[in-house]
Ligand binder design. Structure first.
Ligand code: GLN
Length: 458
């Protein structure tokens, strides 16, 4: 007997209610069950897509009409959107059933999900470890089987790194593939939504529903619809895998290196050949990203002024005092730090020295990849230098957090698609329970190839 959408939704709602991971910011069982009943009607009428009746949870950075949309911030603690994000709408049209909203770092700023106003998410493999960030709720929910599918966003690694830390599969598509309409903005030239699930096969189905041109997003790409799962079963015979020297240098933990190298060996057995390549500007991706992303964030977050959306300070003297108190009380420390850095690098006298320089190096980073793709079809390496760290370990040290983004930032700066798939565990008493992810980077629009390469390994 086929499981009904309602039974499936109940199963996951039960698991969510029993979980102590803090992966969700908002659930509402009656809303979910309403959607499930509608999906069951569609199933009865055979008016279906491959996703009809399948539950999904959304990172709380996508706005939803029926669930609160907080972006992990006090600023939007009680915010209800008057509309659904395009991505949310697309999954609804496909007949998916929304389970609720997933915890994340405030405005997607962070690598450990400890910057959420709603508290940190725990890593289901080891509850003393961080789940990664900023899409920590998405990754933890998939890993703990609280949801079979989730949305996430990646500005500098926020799909790939939490997927890696929680042992699940996630893909950040080419910039412009997935609509940003209704995705609360962090750094608009970098932000890109994508799916997270157990497998590449599931991600392909999700991306089919998620990708596509949206006239409401000015950077959305006009491309023909494609089936991202079309090449899943293709053989990898003759595939050239670029292995960047810079991704295996000092700073890479030996246990992560071992798991990644073992995965590369498996790929050789599948018929691929390894080519040593170089991405010489990798190191510069950290300073470049941490100039550009805060610059865009400082501009995007100016809309949170206590007038148009969300939180407003209770007591104030005049309008200017209201702005100041609202923003002082509504934003967390990391968000304030980024607004300060962003306003500084954009200010007269520093714009040329920092912002403009960063933009120039961004172009060179993208060029690094184009040079590399002359020698190989895909690039592989670690997602992060270490396995998940302990909760609380880096909370007082923002720079330590930034440094951990070294292998994911350049892909985002270049706008390329990238994936993380599970490839093993760390070593030693503690790390043996903590997953390691393999990163697969492709050239623009090569999502179908990435999913093929991932699927053959899985
Ligand atoms: N860790 C990076 C940051 O803090 C990336 C976050 C993201 O991709 N949203 O900005």
């Amino acid at each position: 007997k086929q499981v009904s959408a309602t039974e499936l939704a109940r199963h996951y709602l039960d698991r969510i209610q029993q979980s102590d991971l803090n992966a969700f910011t908002h659930i509402d069982a009656s809303l979910t069950l309403q959607q499930a009943a509608m999906a069951d009607e569609r199933l009865a009428k055979n008016d279906t897509t491959p996703l009809t009746g399948i539950p999904i949870a959304h990172k709380d950075i996508f706005v939803t009409r029926d669930w609160r949309s907080t972006a992990g911030s006090r600023m939007l603690e009680n915010y209800s959107s008057p509309f659904d994000a395009t991505v949310v709408e697309q999954f609804r049209n496909a007949g998916m059933v929304t389970l609720g909203k997933l915890n994340c770092d405030e405005f997607a700023m962070g690598s450990s999900n400890e910057n959420s106003f709603f508290g940190p998410v725990r890593n289901p493999w080891d509850k003393t470890a961080v789940p990664g960030g900023s899409s920590g709720g998405s990754a933890a929910a998939i890993a703990a089987r609280l949801a079979p599918a989730a949305t996430a966003t990646d500005t500098g690694g926020s799909i790939r790194q939490p997927a890696s830390f929680c042992g699940v599969t996630g893909i950040k598509p080419t910039y412009g593939r997935v609509s940003r309409f209704g995705m609360i903005a962090f750094a608009s030239s970098l932000d890109q939504g994508g799916p997270m699930a157990q497998t590449a096969e599931d991600c392909a189905l999700l991306l089919n529903a998620m990708a596509g041109y949206d006239p409401r997003d000015s950077t959305s790409l006009e491309r023909d619809k494609e089936d991202f799962g079309r090449d899943l079963d293709k053989s990898l015979q003759g595939l050239k895998i670029g292995v960047p020297a810079e991704y295996f240098g000092k700073g890479l933990a030996p246990d992560v290196e071992q798991a990644v190298r073992a995965a590369l060996k498996e790929y050789e057995k599948l018929g691929a050949t390894l080519v040593e390549i170089s991405l010489p500007k990798t190191e510069l991706s950290i300073p470049v990203y941490y100039v550009i992303a805060p610059a865009e964030a400082s501009s995007n977050l100016s809309r949170f002024d206590g007038v148009r959306y969300g939180y407003r300070a209770k007591e104030y003297k005049d309008l200017s005092d209201m702005y100041c108190k609202t923003r002082a009380e509504g934003f967390g420390d990391e968000v304030k730090r980024r607004i300060l850095v962003g306003a500084y690098v954009l200010s007269h006298g520093y714009y040329d020295a920092y912002y403009l320089q960063a933009q120039k190096i961004r172009r060179l980073i993208a060029q690094d990849f184009q040079n590399a793709f002359k020698q190989c079809d895909v690039i592989m390496g670690p997602v992060a230098p270490t396995v998940a760290w302990d909760l609380g370990d880096k909370t007082d040290d923002p720079v330590a957090n930034y440094l951990a983004d070294i292998f994911t930032l350049s892909t985002s700066l270049a706008g390329l698609p990238g994936m993380s798939i599970p490839c093993g565990f760390g070593q030693g008493e503690k790390n043996a329970q903590r997953p390691v992810g393999l990163q697969i980077i492709g050239n623009y629009f090569d999502e179908a190839k990435l999913l093929n390469v991932a699927h053959q390994f899985q």
